[in-house]
Design a binder for this molecule. Structure first.
Ligand code: NAP
Length: 288
């Protein structure tokens, strides 16, 4: 089986490329910049140049593949997922495994939920076999605090916001499991093993690296301004709104990773141990 992975140079796509190769699948990585992708993914990865906004490039990219792992930016989902679904269906691709978000489970009341639901819908309507993965917040988002952790002070909004963060490697393992079965049009809500507030996550990081890390709450207006420096205004608002409305569903571990992969999801503490150096900690037998 050959699988085209979009977003292959990103957080989840990179983990999916690795997991598929370990499972013995042929992988083709899509990138807008194959030269940079070759550096990110290392030698031996087949890379195809393509853009989810460019239908011609997608027609060429899906030629001869059996499966597609689809990652697209939330704000482009409806258009980009339709482009990919159309190209995949025309090429006779068997199975598209699409990365969605917990935001879709919370309905179309939020912009983020609407974009993801629309992306799911256009993939399902493309006529190709599909599976949707709706992960909770990624544990890797905590790397955004790395500089603060190293300096002993993390500043973040919403200290009590709850999530059930998931290791991107578990999303990848779920994707590999999905490709191993015929597509059944299923939606899997993926979470990590435990519910944690923002402040609890920072406390876990401090405990693993063995240093004191203070926490300072950032007012929402400042958090929005920081997001708006990184994202278009609409995306900044959507991301912040999703964090503010941390709902009950997001606070419940689902058990889906274990059901799909046969093993429990990685704990946040283990994820931090695996990224100790990024937080300025020392890798030792105690945190290996
Ligand atoms: N962060 C969270 O907690 C969270 C939780 C649930 C769901 N999500 C969803 O996860 C998705 C993002 O995944 P990620 O964090 O793994 O991505 P990421 O690390 O932000 O990387 C983005 C990837 O998308 C590719 N890309 C961007 N624009 C493209 C285009 N026009 N055509 C083709 N490729 C394009 C980039 O590849 P090149 O630059 O190589 O082309 C890159 O590999 C979003 O839909 C987000 O809503 C995130």
């Amino acid at each position: 089986m050959t699988v085209l992975v979009t977003g292959a140079t990103g957080v989840v796509g990179r983990a999916v490329v690795n997991a598929l190769r370990e499972a013995g699948r042929e992988v083709r990585a899509l990138s807008r910049d194959p030269g940079r992708a070759a550096v990110v993914l290392g030698p031996g990865t087949a890379i195809v140049k393509g853009d989810l906004g460019d239908r011609d490039s997608l027609r060429a990219a899906v030629r001869g593949v059996d499966g597609v792992f689809l990652v697209s930016a939330a704000e482009h989902k409806p258009a980009h997922d339709r482009n990919l679904g159309t190209a995949a269906a025309a090429a006779g691709v068997d199975h598209v495994v699409a990365l969605s978000s917990f935001a879709a489970s919370e309905g179309d009341g939020s912009v983020l939920g609407r974009w993801h639901l629309e992306g799911e819908r256009v993939v399902a309507e493309s006529g190709v076999g599909w599976t949707v993965l709706r992960p909770n917040g990624f544990m890797s988002n905590a790397l955004g605090w790395a500089a603060g952790v190293r300096a002993g002070l993390v500043r973040a909004p919403l200290p009590d916001a709850v999530s059930v963060p998931i290791d991107p490697r578990d999303i990848a393992a779920a994707a590999v499991a999905a490709f191993a079965a015929p597509p059944a049009g299923e939606v899997h809500v993926l979470t990590g093993p435990e519910r944690l507030t923002t402040m609890e996550q920072v406390g876990r990081i401090a405990a693993v690296i063995g240093r004191e890390v203070r926490f300072e709450e950032v007012p929402l207006a400042e958090a929005r301004a920081a997001l708006a420096r990184r994202y278009p205004a609409e995306v900044a608002d959507a991301v912040l709104a999703a964090r503010v409305s941390a709902g009950a569903e997001r606070g419940v571990p689902t058990g889906t990773v274990r059901a799909l992969t046969g093993r429990p999801p990685v704990t946040f503490t283990q994820w931090v141990r695996d990224h100790t150096e990024a937080f300025g900690g020392i890798v030792s037998a105690a945190n290996a």
